[in-house]
Design a binder for this molecule. Structure first.
Ligand SMILES: NC(=O)c1ccc[n+]([C@@H]2O[C@H](COP(=O)([O-])OP(=O)(O)OC[C@H]3O[C@@H](n4cnc5c(N)ncnc54)[C@H](OP(=O)(O)O)[C@@H]3O)[C@@H](O)[C@H]2O)c1
Length: 333
């Protein structure tokens, strides 16, 4: 995820990477030394940046912090940066469910940014933390938002097929995942179930949707595919669902934010799409691709497949879009 941040920020029109921080393993080395040839297409100034410790004093006067730290260490480090007066955009789960931390997927719940005012009042700090959702949840909630708004949602059942990069680097051992499917990702199902309700809900109340998730690791590199069943409150045919999703745009598109895709959701008409290899980079990884929208006659609802890039829409891209939104709305200077 850290490498994806650097790649997306390398030519960003508003933000410039001034410092990179990581673990003791990397501190003191240049970025290219820590990543090897993977960073060789980046500008030389980035390749040569020396990795520093992840603490406020180690970084010279930053304006914004993007965090892609493991959950086991992220909590206190992110708090230290917020205490030093900085806005922190986190990918870790440590603070996602904190009452006054916005769990932000900008096309879905841009209005939740207002929570930072309450957060700052309570902590009496100028800095604050904004989290983005777990990757599977980011992709799922973006596809659900038009349905939630147009028809209401009663129940969502989702089965995910999640790429290897979702487990970080080096992640799952190749001998465990090649030619294999692993039907368990620790804590993932619980995250999808509770985060979906926080994101779709109002600023003060979870949405109250019954969400049931089954999460699986599959041998693809990037891109999570999810098979979704949704029971809406008011009647919605597959045609209604396709129409609601296809026309969906939201605050980031209206504000023309640099990382906002023109179409947050693309609905494929082919019977065998979306496919990971063909569709994962749609909208530079910020668009989710939906397909196979159909009626579930037995259970009385609709079913569809959604695919999204876990490191972009489900991670670094979403975090950068959060920062763009808050800058555009003057929550940060
Ligand atoms: N991968 C995804 O698709 C995805 C999606 C959404 C959210 N997330 C979340 O994003 C975070 C990062 O995930 P990842 O997949 O990028 O994990 P990762 O590949 O394991 O990378 C973790 C990074 O954190 C650094 N680090 C570890 N311990 C540290 C410490 N004590 N102090 C400072 N830096 C430390 C590591 O430094 P070194 O480089 O020195 O080892 C590495 O750069 C996690 O919280 C994860 O749950 C991941």
């Amino acid at each position: 995820m850290g490498q994806k941040f650097v790649e997306l920020l390398a030519n960003h029109p508003w933000f410039e990477v001034e410092a990179l921080a990581a673990s003791d393993r990397s501190v003191g080395k240049s970025y290219i030394e820590t990543t090897g040839s993977k960073a060789s297409t980046l500008p030389e100034s980035l390749q040569k940046l020396t990795v520093v410790e992840a603490k406020p004093g180690a970084i010279d006067d930053p304006d914004i912090v993007f965090s892609a730290l493991p959950t086991e260490v992220a909590g206190p480090i992110e708090e230290d940066f917020a205490k030093s007066g900085l806005p922190v955009f986190s990918n870790a789960s440590s603070h996602r469910m904190d009452q006054h931390v916005p769990l932000l997927n900008p096309e879905v719940n841009a209005e939740h940014v207002a929570l930072v005012e309450e957060q700052k009042k309570r902590t009496r700090l100028d800095g604050f933390i904004v989290a983005n959702p777990n990757c599977t949840t980011a992709i799922l909630t973006l596809s659900l938002k038009p349905l939630y708004d147009a028809f209401g949602l009663e129940t969502v059942v989702v089965s995910s097929m999640q790429a290897i990069s979702g487990a970080g680097y080096p992640g799952v051992a190749s001998l465990d995942i090649l030619e294999n499917v692993i039907p368990f990702i620790r804590s993932e199902e619980e995250k999808v179930e509770r985060e979906t309700n926080k994101i779709l809900g109002s600023i003060s109340q979870p949405a109250g949707v019954t969400v049931s998730a089954s999460c699986n690791r599959v041998p693809t590199i990037n891109g999570h595919i999810e098979a979704v069943f949704a029971k809406t409150k008011s009647r919605a045919t597959p045609e209604d669902v396709v129409k609601a999703m296809s026309g969906f745009v939201s605050v980031p598109q209206k504000l023309k934010l640099p990382t906002a895709p023109a179409h947050p959701i693309v609905v494929r008409k082919e019977e065998d799409r979306p496919q990971t290899r063909l569709d994962v980079d749609e909208g530079h990884g910020m668009t989710v691709s939906v397909g196979r929208v159909r009626k579930d006659a037995g259970l009385g609802g609709v079913k569809y497949i959604v695919l999204g890039h876990n490191l972009v829409r489900g991670g670094a891209g979403c975090s950068i879009l959060n920062a763009e939104l808050m800058l555009a709305q003057k929550y940060i200077q």
